[in-house]
Design a binder for this molecule. Structure first.
Ligand SMILES: NC(=O)c1ccc[n+]([C@@H]2O[C@H](COP(=O)([O-])OP(=O)(O)OC[C@H]3O[C@@H](n4cnc5c(N)ncnc54)[C@H](OP(=O)(O)O)[C@@H]3O)[C@@H](O)[C@H]2O)c1
Length: 299
C-alpha cells in the first residue's frame, strides 16, 4: 500500500511512518515547513498553513491511503492562535477528507481524548463528545467535518497522552519535561489529572493495521494499559532518567480541564491483535533528547 503521512516530523506522524514502513508499505512522509532541518524519515517539507496547491501535491503522490497527523497538537497553541489552529485542526482535515472521498481512498484523522469532559467512567467510541476546552472543540469539529465529507472512508482515531521519542526531541511528554528542567524550571504537575498514556510506536501499528484490515469508517479509540496522574508520570520519568524526584512540584488542576480521562477501546486491540502497553514499557524506550544538558533550552 502507498501511504501518505502528513505531520511526519511530529511525534505521532513519525511513529505511523515508521510502523507502516516496517510492515512493508511504501510511505511518503511529509513534515512541516519550519526553518529547522527536516528530520530523518521525512521526504519533504510542506506548509499546510494554507490549503493552496495541496490537492495537486497529494494527488501527485497517488496514495492508497492518507494519514493526517499534522496539527496544532497542544491546548496552549490553540488558545494562542485560535484562527491559525482552526485552519490546521479543522479545515485541513476537511480538505483532506473531501479529496480522499473523490480519490476513493481512506483517510485516518487523529483526534483526542480531550473531546470528552472527563469523569468516573471510561468513554467509549459511541459516547457523545462534550469538550471543556477550545482544543477539544477543534478536535470535535474535525471529527464531524471528516465524517460529513467522507462518510464511506474516514477513520477517526482518538488517542490518549502519547509517550515516545519525537524526531526533533521536543514534542513528547518526557522531552518537554526534561527541557523545562534543563532550563531551570520546576514544572508544576497535577495530581488530579489522571491520564492513560499510550506508546507512540503502538499508535503507529494501530494505524497500519486499521488500513491493512480495511477497517470501516468510524471512530476508534486507543489508549494505554494503565491510568496514572500527570504528577506521578512526571516522577516516573525523572526516575527513568536518574533525576531527583523533587524536580517537579505537585499541583491541583485549575477549573476547566478534565480530571480523569480514560478511553475504552471498544475491542479494537482484540480485533487488531494488539495489546496496550504499560507505563513501564513506554518509559523503557524513551531516549534523552539531544543537546539538552549542554545548551540549556532544548531545540
Ligand atoms: N501527542 C499526544 O499526546 C496526543 C494526544 C492525543 C491526540 N493527539 C493528536 O495526534 C495528532 C498528532 O499529534 P503529535 O503529538 O504528533 O503532534 P506534534 O508532535 O506537535 O506534530 C505535529 C505535526 O504537525 C506539523 N505541522 C504543524 N503545523 C504545520 C503547518 N502549518 N504545516 C505543515 N505541518 C505542520 C508539525 O510540523 P513541524 O514539525 O514542522 O512543526 C508536525 O509534523 C494530532 O492530531 C493531535 O491532536 C496527540
Amino acid at each position: 500500500m502507498r501511504v501518505l503521512v502528513l505531520g511526519a516530523s511530529g511525534l505521532v506522524g513519525a511513529a505511523v511512518a515508521t510502523a507502516a514502513r516496517d510492515r512493508g508499505h511504501t510511505v511518503s512522509a511529509w513534515g512541516g515547513a519550519t526553518p529547522d532541518a527536516l528530520p530523518p524519515g521525512c521526504d519533504r517539507a510542506v506548509d499546510l498553513g494554507s490549503g493552496e496547491g495541496l490537492e495537486a501535491l497529494v494527488a501527485g503522490e497517488a496514495p492508497d491511503a492518507l494519514v493526517n497527523a499534522a496539527a496544532v497538537s497542544h491546548p496552549a497553541g490553540v488558545e494562542a492562535d485560535p484562527e491559525g489552529s482552526w485552519r490546521l485542526n479543522v479545515d485541513l482535515p476537511g480538505q483532506l477528507a473531501d479529496g480522499a472521498r473523490r480519490w476513493g481512498i481512506p483517510l485516518v484523522q487523529f483526534s483526542s481524548d480531550m473531546v470528552f469532559p472527563g469523569g468516573g467512567q471510561d468513554f467509549s467510541p459511541s459516547d457523545p463528545p462534550a469538550p471543556l476546552h477550545p482544543y477539544g472543540e477543534q478536535k470535535r469539529a474535525a471529527e464531524q467535518r471528516v465524517a460529513e465529507l467522507h462518510p464511506g472512508g474516514s477513520l477517526v482515531l482518538r488517542i490518549t497522552l502519547v509517550n515516545g521519542n519525537s524526531p526533533r526531541g521536543r514534542r513528547s511528554v518526557h522531552e518537554k519535561l526534561l527541557a523545562a528542567i534543563a532550563a531551570g524550571e520546576r514544572p508544576r504537575l497535577f495530581r488530579d489529572e489522571i491520564r492513560q498514556p499510550c506508546a507512540a510506536g503502538r499508535v503507529g501499528e494501530v494505524v497500519a493495521r486499521l488500513l491493512e484490515t480495511g477497517a470501516a469508517s468510524g471512530i476508534y479509540h486507543w489508549g494505554g494499559a494503565e491510568t496514572i496522574s500527570r504528577y506521578e508520570l512526571g516522577r516516573r520519568i525523572l526516575a527513568r532518567f536518574g533525576l531527583s524526584l523533587d524536580r517537579v512540584e505537585p499541583a491541583e488542576l485549575p477549573p476547566g480541564r478534565p480530571g480523569r480521562l480514560v478511553l475504552g477501546d471498544g475491542g479494537l486491540g482484540l480485533r487488531l491483535g494488539l495489546g496496550a502497553s504499560t507505563v513501564e514499557e513506554q518509559l523503557a524506550v524513551l531516549r534523552q533528547p539531544p543537546r539538552l544538558w549542554e545548551g540549556g533550552e532544548a531545540r
